[in-house]
Design a protein around this ligand. Structure first.
Ligand code: SF4
Ligand code: SF4
Length: 368
């Protein structure tokens, strides 16, 4: 279903959207890595303050999948690290048997161990998060991570080929930071075997400014009676930290990667969507309104929903501060059609949140 985002709320109302078409499940909060830039577990990450880590109960996950199976939604399985979820095999099987599709990101360190399990009911797409050549990646993500992830990709690729299966499509997803931006070309064209990959995603680091965070926290207090926004706080960064990024050089590398994908039939995802020096500069200067094709509205409250590991439902990917109900108390559809969701949609029908440029859904219109 392709909905142009600009006209999305009106278009969505014309459809029978009694059930979400795209469901994000944060299966668990735990992760086996401590990547420096992670908004959950990194240097500014808010998860380090949690006294207890949670995971979704498998009975709740099964109930959601059964409840929504009629509309065959896409599932995005998140963590933490999704492959640490003890019932990941059951989740993949149920999604598969109900005719839905699943995508998930992984840090890749457990991929080799779980490759056979994944191939039993393969998801449509797996994104392995890697940030550059070995020494660059491991400086951000930890010693030995690069090798483990590469071994995992190879094992999964070889198994898939041996089984003659089309799925999972395998991709690498890279977050561009001041530390790795000079090394993207070397990474993709020298450190990685692109023949094993079906898709690449290169995303400028998501962040929000202190001012935008403060505004968002004020909106939550004033309009939604929510006292604090600790998750959004994990996204705060000072644009000054990107001042050293050479936009022309980064643009040159991104264009080459984009060209390679186009020439080799690989899906390429990037944000900002339009790669140009100006857009990169505006993005890292927090001048998002000057970036080409930026949205005025967001469609996702009408088509997608997210359940975090505590059972809390929100519509904003990763921004779990604004919750609209809990699946441990009500069904997902009751929450989706409830008064809190309506209030939330009414707010977003008129404007975006100030933190939206820090949300990857701001740059996407469909599962990737
Ligand atoms: S692997 Fe992902 S969730 Fe885990 S610390 Fe790194 S970025 Fe965060
Ligand atoms: S944070 Fe903004 S862009 Fe992201 S889903 Fe929510 S409203 Fe949409």
């Amino acid at each position: 279903m392709a909905i142009r985002t600009e006209s999305a709320p009106a278009a969505a109302q014309a459809l029978d959207l009694h059930s979400p078409k795209w469901i994000f499940l944060q299966l668990l909060e735990s992760c086996n890595l401590r990547c420096k830039m992670c908004f959950e577990w990194g240097e500014n990450g808010s998860y380090k303050e949690k006294p207890e880590l949670k995971k979704l109960d498998i009975s709740v996950v099964k109930r959601i999948i059964e409840e929504c199976k009629e509309t065959r939604p896409y599932y995005e399985l998140y963590g933490g690290e999704p492959l640490l979820y003890p019932w990941i095999d059951e989740v993949l099987e149920l999604i598969h048997t109900t005719g839905s599709k699943a995508h998930f990101p992984t840090n890749g360190t457990l991929l080799e161990r779980h490759a056979e399990m994944i191939m039993a009911f393969p998801p449509e797409r797996i994104w392995v998060s890697l940030d550059g050549p070995e020494e660059i990646n491991d400086a951000q993500r930890g010693a030995g991570v690069f090798r483990k992830a590469m071994n995992g990709i190879r094992k999964l690729y070889e198994l898939r080929e041996a089984m003659g299966s089309e799925y999972p499509k395998i991709g690498i997803s890279t977050t561009v930071t001041p530390t790795n931006y000079k090394h993207l070309e070397r990474f993709y064209f020298e450190s990685v075997d692109l023949a094993m990959l079906d898709c690449l995603s290169v995303e400028l680091q998501q962040y929000v400014t202190r001012e935008r965070y403060d505004h968002y926290a004020g909106v939550l207090r004033e309009h939604f009676d929510i006292a604090a926004a600790p998750i959004a706080r994990g996204f705060i960064a000072d644009p000054a930290q990107f001042a050293e990024v050479d936009a022309a050089e980064l643009c040159r590398q991104l264009k080459r990667i984009e060209r390679y994908c186009a020439e080799h039939g690989m899906y390429f995802n990037a944000y900002p969507k339009v790669i140009s020096e100006e857009n990169i500069r505006h993005y890292f200067n927090a001048e998002w309104s000057k970036v080409t094709n930026m949205k005025k509205r967001c469609v996702f409250p009408w088509i997608s929903t997210e359940v975090n590991a505590r059972g809390e439902v929100t519509s904003c990917h990763n921004f779990y501060d604004l919750t609209l109900g809990n699946v441990n108390e009500l069904s997902l559809k009751e929450i989706w059609n409830g008064t809190k969701y309506k209030q939330y949609r009414d707010y977003l029908r008129k404007q975006l949140f100030s933190i939206c440029p820090g949300c990857c859904l701001y740059y996407n219109e469909k599962p990737r």
